[in-house]
Design a protein around this ligand. Structure first.
Ligand code: BGC
Length: 515
């Protein structure tokens, strides 16, 4: 580690250099990877509610819906496993792909993984749009999943490594920002294509996914790789030059030396998978599993996938349901911006805690309102005023998610791992996230049918658990250089015992480094 004249802030050192236009541009371009994921999250729900799509690929579901006049139980109106499989299958493909992506990202660089993501997603979206039978539809869903797996594995790592420490949170959240924009755009596209007469609106919705993937592909072609990855792959001189370019100063010795130290430690590791299982990485491993698990257990994708269906279930009309989905999508985007602005100032924990509390309160409010109106039988309707209140609480819930678990669910796992397990940690994060996205996507309509209004209390219970967990077990990582994160773990009341002294970069010179 490079020594003297270094100031410590928030547990980490300040390197020379600032925020350059170049690094901001590179991070914005890379973050477009989130568009792939977001567009897909937002598009499926609307497409699966289009009659022409249903009658072509899922005739039995179509007929069931058409004939469904007798069933008055609102909770169970849309329960269909086959249909939800269309939405959720993509996430299984993404889960598997993220493990391959982890090796590619480590061996060939972050840039190559992003390129693979863009290209595969592009092919998938074209096939999706021209699908003539269910086989092609499913193959294209799987290709999209591979694209999402590669993008979600590589982009957050890329952003965390490129960003200067001081604004790492904000730049990294560009990924979540792109996800939310993707969701919103998809909602608007569905709103438009649902009106197309002639039964091909769904084709346009699905094929338009080609646009975000083209943006991602072109970005990946022009983006440089991260200095961390260059050092990792044996090009230290190129890495130093890149670091000088992105930091806008020739004096990058301290940061560069930390990169080299981190890489040396990483190279001693033969197998990152075996490695991450060692006790010394227990804190990171547990957090990389729990954060995505908790993120999905907030229940957010109930809203993101099924907002129109949920609003219809609650008695909103067709147009009002689609519109409400667009409103929640807008709140999601705006509140992600709020998070970007404050995350490096107030830190991660305060957002997690406030967001958690707000989500619980809103979920309880929605649960109580549904319980009072629909009871156990599922029969009833909201008055207009009540429906508006439900929408207000759902927006309050989405807002809280959007400045807490949404962006932080991707930021925190990408910044807490040392280089030697960073790719593996991120792959675990993505795959756990995808697995639970799949489960919620697949299970929500059945859960609603059985748990009824209790579903909202179920998720509120989980949000309570995760908020308590964060307050005790998650260290604050704001303003800590990424290659010095072990210092934070070492100082933690619970996790400290797992971190050996020599894992803390420059531990022997630490006192000297503090001015
Ligand atoms: C989550 C997605 C979710 C989205 C909503 C992301 O962070 O991973 O599952 O749909 O946020 O904005």
């Amino acid at each position: 580690m490079a020594g003297g004249g270094i100031s410590v802030q928030g547990g980490g050192r300040n390197y020379e250099g600032g925020v350059t236009v170049f690094v901001v541009f590179a991070c914005v371009a890379a973050a477009t990877g989130g568009l792939l994921f977001g567009y897909d999250i937002g598009i499926s729900g609307g497409v699966t509610s289009m009659e022409s799509f249903l009658s072509k690929f899922f005739p039995s579901v179509y007929h069931k819906m058409k004939n469904e006049t007798a069933d008055q139980n609102q909770y169970c109106k849309f329960d269909s496993q086959l249909l939800t499989l269309f939405t959720s299958s993509l996430y299984i493909a993404a889960l598997v792909a993220s493990f391959f992506a982890s090796s590619v990202t480590r061996r060939f660089g972050r840039k190559i993984s992003m390129l693979v993501a863009g290209l595969v997603f592009f092919i998938g979206s074209i096939l999706n749009g021209i699908a003539i039978n269910i086989i092609i539809l499913i193959i294209s869903r799987l290709l999209l999943g591979v694209g999402v797996g590669f993008a979600n594995q590589s982009v957050p790592v890329y952003l965390a490594e490129m960003a200067p420490t001081k604004i790492r949170g904000a730049l990294n959240m560009g990924f979540q920002m792109a996800i939310t924009i993707g969701i919103l755009v998809a909602g608007l596209v569905n709103f438009g294509t649902a009106k197309i007469k002639g039964g091909y609106g769904w084709r346009i919705s699905l094929a338009l996914a080609a646009i975000p993937s083209l943006i991602m592909t072109v970005s990946a072609i022009f983006l440089p790789d991260t200095p961390n990855s260059m050092v990792e792959r044996g090009h230290p001189e190129k890495a130093r030059k890149m670091l000088q370019k992105i930091r806008g100063t020739d004096n990058v010795n301290d940061e560069f030396q930390d990169l080299v130290d981190a890489t040396e430690a990483a190279h001693k590791v033969e197998n990152q998978w075996g490695n991450i299982m060692q006790p010394r990485y227990r804190p990171q491993l547990i957090i990389c599993v729990l954060i995505p698990f908790f993120q999905q257990l907030t229940g957010i994708n109930v809203i993101m996938f099924y907002a129109p269906v949920l609003f219809k279930t609650l008695g909103f009309g067709d147009e009002a349901s689609l519109m409400s989905a667009v409103i929640t999508g807008g709140v999601n985007v705006v509140c992600t911006v709020v998070s970007m602005v404050v995350v490096d100032k107030f830190g991660r924990k305060v957002l997690f805690l406030e967001g958690g509390l707000q989500m619980v309160l809103c979920q309880i409010a929605v649960g109580v309102m549904i319980a009072l109106q629909f009871g156990l039988s599922g029969q009833g309707t909201f008055t207009k005023a009540e429906a508006n209140w439900v929408l207000v609480f759902i927006c309050g819930y989405v807002a809280a998610f959007a400045w807490s678990w949404g962006p932080l669910g991707w930021l925190v796992p990408s910044e807490i791992c040392p280089l030697e397990i960073r790719s593996a940690g991120q792959a675990i994060n993505v795959s756990v996230n995808m697995f639970f996205t799949f489960l919620i996507g697949q299970g929500f309509l059945t859960m609603l049918c059985h748990l009824k209004f209790g579903l909202f209390f179920f998720f509120a219970g989980w949000v309570t658990v995760m908020t308590i967990f964060v307050s005790f077990f998650l260290p604050e990582t704001k303003n800590v250089p990424i290659e010095e994160m072990n210092r934070v773990w070492k100082a933690h009341w619970f996790w400290g015992k797992y971190i050996p002294d020599e894992a803390v970069i420059g531990h022997d010179k630490h006192d000297k480094a503090v001015v």
